[in-house]
Design a protein around this ligand. Structure first.
Ligand SMILES: *Cc1c(COP(=O)(O)O)cnc(C)c1O
Length: 356
């Protein structure tokens, strides 16, 4: 607290991201990055953009991200007026909260969900109500059929990995014609079907995606929102009142290359999905309860072993996973799907720890 701070700053509770360790040798299964690198076309696009003298970098990037929006439009069969892009989907979500979710009624999101949502609510002074997941950690549509100022959740949900099926999403959209329903599809490419195809039928649907996970570009910060031009207009107004150039030249060209290389994208998503099945089985054999996951991570607990102590013992063996201190999930660990070699190292380490 300082006399120099603006009013309200001392009351903020910032989001705490998972650790990005300085030590390179750790097996990093804590922040849901993709274990495979980005498409080889990404590097080619970066080299092409920089050229031999980096002279292009003297110029501002395109404030409207024309080529990047075009690539996304083509991929999702939408118009560019239905697309908003930002510096990671976290920035897109920040604009969504400010532009679309501040109304008289509180917004709704699950009690167990992406922990950035309550942070944005405090930043923008938006009332929210957290709706408990079912005992099986699922989102029940009927719990969201009541007056609200908007609805937001990841699909599949994080950190549980549970997917809501399209027919339930449609029921949610039909039941909330006067609220914006935001689906944060950060993990949709690992086994789900995007709701992007519903945009033409539902003017209240906003789909948010990121290139950080399924396209392995977390380091470049690329995210986007898809929806009716009316929703996109609100996001663009906030964006252009905040930063005209949220995406730099290198991110923009890499984003195009990554979106266009559909076959590489499909290849690495399938590899992650395959490894997820193998890892889930191996963990179940070790006695873990594994929630069904449609994401690039597993959410697991062991009936006989304390999660915090497992976390500690894994770290001693140079493996980091994620643990959340929220009461309801304090005995769970969230484990990112790594390469098969990394998953095997994790299983070996756990085997050792459990039989100690
Ligand atoms: C990773 C993640 C994001 C943020 O993605 P960025 O594009 O890297 O900012 C948003 N929502 C959820 C649920 C995530 O897990």
């Amino acid at each position: 607290m300082s006399q120099f701070w603006s009013a309200g700053i001392a009351d903020l509770t910032p989001y705490v991201p998972g650790e990005q360790p300085k030590m390179q040798s750790l097996i990093k299964l804590n922040t849901n990055e993709n274990p495979y690198g980005p498409s080889p076309r990404v590097l080619a696009s970066l080299l092409d953009e920089i050229g031999v003298d980096a002279n292009k970098l003297k110029l501002y990037p395109d404030p409207d991200a024309f080529f990047f929006k075009n690539a996304i439009a083509k991929r999702f069969d939408l118009e560019t007026s239905q697309i908003h892009v930002g510096n990671g989907s976290d920035e897109v979500l920040a604009h969504v909260f400010q532009a679309l979710l501040k109304h008289k009624n509180p917004i709704l999101f699950p009690d167990i969900t992406y922990s950035f949502y309550p942070v944005y609510c405090r930043l923008y002074k938006i009332d929210f109500e957290s709706v408990p997941l079912t005992p099986g950690f699922e989102i029940l549509v009927d719990d969201y059929l009541k007056p609200n100022g908007g609805i937001v959740f990841p699909n599949p949900n994080a950190p549980t990995g549970c997917l809501m099926e399209t027919r339930d999403i449609e029921r949610l959209l039909c039941g909330n014609p006067s609220s914006v329903v935001v689906l944060d599809e950060a993990y949709i490419d690992f086994g789900g079907v995007s709701a992007a195809a519903l945009i033409k039928d539902y003017p209240n649907l906003l789909v948010v995606q990121t290139l950080s996970k399924s396209r392995s570009l977390a380091g470049l910060r690329l995210g986007f929102a898809l929806g009716h031009p009316n929703l996109i207009d609100a996001l663009e107004r906030v964006k252009n009142s905040f930063n005209s150039y949220p995406l730099n030249r290198l991110s923009l060209v890499a984003g195009v290359a990554a979106i266009e290389d559909e076959s590489y994208f499909e290849k690495i998503c399938s590899a992650v999905i395959k490894s997820r099945t193998v890892l889930a089985t191996a963990l179940q054999r070790l006695g873990f309860e594994v929630l069904p996951s449609t994401a690039n991570f597993l959410f697991v607990r062991h009936p006989q072993h304390d999660a915090a102590s497992l976390l500690e013992k894994l770290r001693e063996r140079a493996i980091i996973v994620r643990h959340f201190k929220q009461v309801r999930i304090v005995q769970f660990l969230r484990i990112t799907i790594g390469t098969d070699h990394e998953c095997q190292r994790l299983v070996d380490a756990l085997c050792e720890i459990l039989t100690e």
